[in-house]
Design a binder for this molecule. Sequence first.
Ligand code: NAD
Length: 516
Amino acid sequence: MASADTTTASSANGHSADGAGIPVDNPATGEVIAHVPDLGAEAVADLARRGRAAQPGWLALGFEGRSRVLLRMQKWCMDNAGRIVDTIVSETGKTHEDALLSEVSYAGGAFGFWAKEAAGYLGDEKVKTSSVFVKGRKLVVRYEPLGLIGVIGPWNYPLTNSFGDCIPALAAGNAVILKPSEQTPLTSLLMAQGLHECGLPEDVFQVATGRAETGAALVDQVDMVMFTGSTATGKAVMERAARTLTPVSLELGGKDPMIVLRDAELERAANAAVYYSMQNSGQTCISVERCYVEEPVHDAFVAKVTEKVRAIRQGDPSGGAGSVEVGAMTFAPQVDLVEAHVEDARRKGARILTGGRRGAGRGLFYEPTVLADVDHSMTCMTEETFGPTLPIMKVRDAEEALRLANDSPYGLSGSVFSKDVVRGEQIARRLQAGSVCVNDAMIFYEALELPMGGWKASGLGSRHGADGIRKYTARQSVLVSRRHPKRDIHMFPYRKRTSRMLGRMLRFLYGRGDRG
Ligand code: NAD
């Protein structure tokens, strides 16, 4: 991608750089492919003013008018799929398939989903009341867009994560400023260009490129922050937002466990373990990060997994579709962290069955790695690794697996593999995680109807489903009194007789124990 693209995109945003530009690398080659502006607090405040000015016009289009733009953008994504894939691959180092199947496909689905479902999720809801004092009144819950939403995104899925949260925020009638990761800003700029071409009114969606300071400045300006990233940064964002009492929704890190029971279909479990731990070079918040396998099938499972991981082709993904299964990693410090986790495990007695080394050369590669004989004294089992590694631990039984799976500060997702789907589900329900699967993992993310959010240190709030759009709104309860006396019975002046009568009524209503 030429740097001319970034110039177009930033001028589409109506601003220019007010600091040193940020170089964007291709992680597979180490080559600098573009520079983007590093926006300071003033530039962010200017974007916020523009966004606020544009928002009422966008809201006035109504759900139908907004849907039309979103559906045009859905088609634009498909018409420009090749360009989007190339941009994602160039700035993340991920494979063609990871960009197509986990990003472009998600965006295509999401534009259609929110275009169709926004009105239903945000339509007025009639409410019936059990209160005798309110009976007969019209009661309605309604949702009003908050105004200006700040979305701060990570580098692992520049389209699905950074940009994906913008779609429901826009569908709800908000203006949005997206602060993409400084590692991967190009996809967001391309999407801004697409929205512009699809008729989104000027300034309704803007991209604030920059680093941590730009993100912090954005928190100060907006009516709500949707943050996706590490738990440490999520805490900093929440702390900053507290100063202005700005609501936040946080999608944070994970250490997702997979449990393989003795009656599992081992071939499927092994394929799932390999794919869901290595896909996207293991840089997915809901990757399988650790695996617990019941003793009777442990060795067979480990053998299958090791054979499959050895067969993975890793390399520069620029060869296009079908060329490699695992590409580069995206962020240099992440390769150091993966290496540190593997070395810590090796020192403490783990066996490295395949992989276990970083790649040579300028690209950011770490070999797909399987670790056995691991335990919870090792960081690879307790801290987020976020790389192409799969540590596998032998357990006595399902209870031990559950205890270890829940022995984590995180709670994003988890999975259980068993031919007995009833028992599998019983065990999955006992996982302390926001999303759980039986004989599957990660794929729940594709069901946009299903809320997805973390327990414990994995987050606050959720995306997808009703909450995934209502969080971008202020809820208003409306009560309308249509037919009414001049004075209600509970109003002034208080009279002894009336109060006694009301007391008897309360005893009748609530004093009969069995009737509640
Ligand atoms: P990160 O926390 O380092 O950065 C995320 C974003 O926050 C970046 O845009 C960054 O510039 C910005 N930022 C940094 N400091 C800031 C501050 N003080 N105020 C405001 N913004 C600030 O995360 P990352 O390394 O880009 O992403 C990887 C992490 O994201 C992993 O932990 C992964 O598990 C998590 N993640 C979670 C989900 C989820 O849905 N739960 C999805 C994807 C990634």
